[in-house]
Write a new protein. Structure first.
Length: 129
């Protein structure tokens, strides 16, 4: 049975550095039965982190766009992300706008979120790695 996943920046970074958490992401990526998504905002987050660490951002970019379907942040996703951001900030004061975009895309694509970000603790769509 096909599973759908959206990989957030935390999980992509772990995968790119080859950590133990990244191995969990790798297993999901390698399962051909899975459908993998990345939010366009996540691409920017990963590129920023890669640049700040002095690593080759082109390699990171190539991995993200070749190993997943990038979902653009259109006006409907942006509206949903704004509502989710407002709701989540009621209980998690530092829940980020980028996280809200990931959650909005997960709901649109009916996907599970692969993450290690504690902001997603308790979110039904999230799988903490």
């Amino acid at each position: 049975m096909n599973e759908r996943y959206i990989i957030d920046a935390y999980a992509w970074i772990e995968y790119l550095i080859g950590s133990r958490s990244g191995e969990k992401v790798k297993a999901i990526l390698e399962d051909e039965g899975n459908e993998i998504f990345t939010c366009a905002v996540t691409v920017a987050e990963v590129i920023s982190k890669t640049c700040r660490e002095g690593r080759d951002f082109e390699i990171a970019y190539d991995v993200l766009v070749s190993d997943s379907q990038v979902v653009n942040a259109d006006e409907e996703i942006s509206k949903e992300a704004g509502v989710l951001h407002s709701e989540m900030r009621k209980t998690s004061r530092d829940f980020g706008l980028a996280d809200a975009y990931v959650l909005a895309v997960a709901r649109r694509t009916k996907s599970r979120i692969l993450t290690g970000d504690v902001h997603f603790k308790g979110v039904r769509e999230a799988i903490l790695i």
